[in-house]
Design a protein around this ligand. Structure first.
Ligand code: ARG
Length: 568
């Protein structure tokens, strides 16, 4: 038994049900970590919650609960204040729980599809893609940990009318696309755009080229495929820098659905879900109206006959349910696309592509802001390239670590700087509620104190060094006499719960908060409980506590997609 809270909660529930019957049912055990050490380890406000329906004073209810609860083997119970029940776990129970911290949960036979990262071909990745990639990776790890089978889907933006224009510009300039890099492609796009806007004949050719592309013309597709390849090479490079597991096998770009789009429109039309409006095929869904009350349709087929972003997303939902057999689909996309996804989910349900048994969720996130509090931009108003941002973070980490350990080989030093710089950026992205905007501030991100990645990495590296130095294998934790030891031990037993909470709420910041609490409890422990100078059973036990803390920090950071180097 390693997670204490669920065990205590289950026993408390059993006692409450036996004593109070149905009035208990809708309340639940109300058990949480105690807010102050003098309240024990856990506390419940169950008696106060039941007072109204039972018509009894809370303290009387608390007394009955304590009398009925069979918890003596695990903890002592005390009634406090108006009717709170405080639980203090026996130190031997706490020690046993730390010695048997549970790992990954068994498979639950459910499949979750996670749509994330989603960069666009011929464009540099930017901070929005950073957020989607970092949050998506963390959620995939956490969902796998709690037993889901995870299928990653990188819905790369590789299709659309702009590619007609770009192919035409390639032909016009007689370019060898394979010799370009992503920046070269982005500039090609800009030249094409200008050309399109200034020369009507070129615009006409571009439109004709879109038709050729969509109908599978080999020469057109070959040029397009080269643009996709150049872009994917760059995305792969950035995933490697970020330490993201995303690879080619996860890419199912917008183009993959091209053949299915006419069928999507036909099916919607047959179901009576489409209305023609200004030549476009639209779905008007009840409840989707703008501020002024005007309806907000989903445009499934544009007036020029082309299909857009929405048609593709409908085909993707259908594929994920019918072919990938998703029980749950998660979209990690910025909050501005909230309405789009609500419309897609509703329309897909109406069309029968998204059954009630499959959950679809938009995991929205806020905007990355510059120092001025406005959306992050370069000085000349351009998008900040993710590549340069990550390079800056690593350079900053290198500077911080310079001169720490002169003996260290340069390659190892570089690996640590990479881990710290990238870890700092990722942690800052994950540490606050994802729906909030945040300011991109490298100084704050790489700081070695406060709720930062480097602070947690340092806590882990310091533990590694201590355990190395000890010269003896950490023993099992046997006694936990000191309050600081107990507090740390108690937190460690909550690791599994913290991960489960993230899986349930899809809010990775809860794991960050938990790990930060662990690291803070660790420094309080260091202050009052010397480890290396202690002796005998106490030394072995404290080493055991350190080893368990190291594992929790290592695994927790790992779930967040952050490396934990052994030295810093
Ligand atoms: N490529 C899009 C963008 O960069 C995001 C795609 C989100 N995923 C989806 N299934 N629509 O904005």
């Amino acid at each position: 038994m390693s997670a204490l809270l669920p065990v205590l909660a289950a026993r408390l529930s059993a006692a409450a049900t036996a004593t109070f019957g149905t009035s208990y049912a809708e309340v639940g055990p109300e058990l949480r970590a105690a807010t102050r050490p003098e309240f024990g380890h856990f506390q419940t406000s169950l008696a106060l919650k039941l007072a109204k329906s039972l018509g009894l004073p809370p303290r009387v209810i608390a007394e009955r609960l304590v009398a009925a609860a069979e918890l003596d083997d695990l903890c002592s119970l005390e009634i406090a204040g108006p009717g709170f029940v405080n639980l203090t776990v026996h130190s031997s129970v706490l020690a046993a729980a730390v010695n048997s911290l549970a790992g990954q949960l068994p498979a639950r036979g459910e499949r979750v599809v996670v749509d994330y990262s989603q960069p666009n071909v011929a464009k540099q990745m930017h901070v929005g893609h950073l957020r989607s990639t970092v949050i998506g990776d963390a959620l995939c790890n956490v969902l796998a940990y709690v037993g889901y089978e995870v299928i990653r889907q990188n819905h790369v933006g590789d299709w659309g009318t702009q590619f007609g224009m770009m192919v035409e510009q390639v032909l016009f300039e007689q370019l060898e696309v394979g010799s370009l890099d992503i920046e070269g492609l982005q500039q090609l796009y800009q030249r094409g755009r200008k050309h399109f806007d200034t020369e009507p004949a070129f615009a006409d050719r571009s439109r004709a080229r879109v038709v050729l592309l969509q109908s599978g013309d080999a020469a057109t597709l070959a040029i397009w495929a080269q643009m996709v390849e150049v872009s994917l090479v760059e995305f792969d490079r950035l995933y490697a820098v970020l330490g993201s597991p995303l690879d080619r096998s996860d890419v199912v770009g917008e183009s993959a659905y091209n053949d299915q789009l006419p069928g999507i429109v036909d099916d919607l039309a047959a179901a009576g879900l489409l209305t023609e409006s200004d030549g476009a095929q639209c779905a008007f869904l009840p409840g989707f109206v703008g501020r002024d009350g005007s309806p907000l349709p989903v445009i499934v087929r544009k007036s020029d006959g082309g299909f857009g972003y929405s048609a593709t997303d409908l085909a993707a939902v259908r594929y994920r349910v019918a072919d990938l057999h998703a029980d749950r689909i998660i979209y990690v996309v910025d909050h501005r696309q909230g309405l789009h996804f609500q419309q897609i989910f509703t329309l897909a349900r109406n069309a029968g592509w998204l059954p009630a048994t499959t959950q679809a969720e938009h995991v929205a996130f806020g905007t990355v802001l510059g120092p001025d509090g406005k959306p992050f931009k370069t000085r000349d108003g351009g998008t900040v390239r993710l590549a340069s941002l990550l390079a800056d973070a690593v350079a900053r980490a290198s500077a911080l670590l310079a001169g720490r350990d002169d003996e260290m080989p340069a390659a190892q030093r570089q690996a640590i700087a990479d881990a710290v710089g990238i870890g700092a950026v990722k942690y800052a992205d994950l540490a606050s509620d994802r729906i909030n905007d945040y300011v991109f501030d490298l100084d704050r991100m790489v700081a070695m104190s406060g709720n930062t990645g480097p602070y947690l990495q340092y806590a882990h590296a310091r533990l590694t060094r201590l355990l190395d130095k000890a010269g003896e294998a950490p023993g099992p934790v046997t006694m936990l006499a000191e309050p600081a030891e107990q507090r740390l031990a108690l937190l460690l037993t909550g690791f599994g719960d913290a991960v489960v909470q993230v899986a349930e709420t899809l809010q990775p910041h809860k794991l960050c908060t938990y790990l930060y609490e662990v690291a803070s409890a660790l420094s309080a422990f260091y202050e009052t409980c010397p480890v290396l100078p202690s002796t005998g059973e106490q030394r072995a036990g404290r080493l055991g506590l350190c080893a368990a803390t190291r594992t929790v920090l290592h695994d927790g950071l790992g779930l967040l997609g952050i490396k934990a180097p052994d030295s810093m």
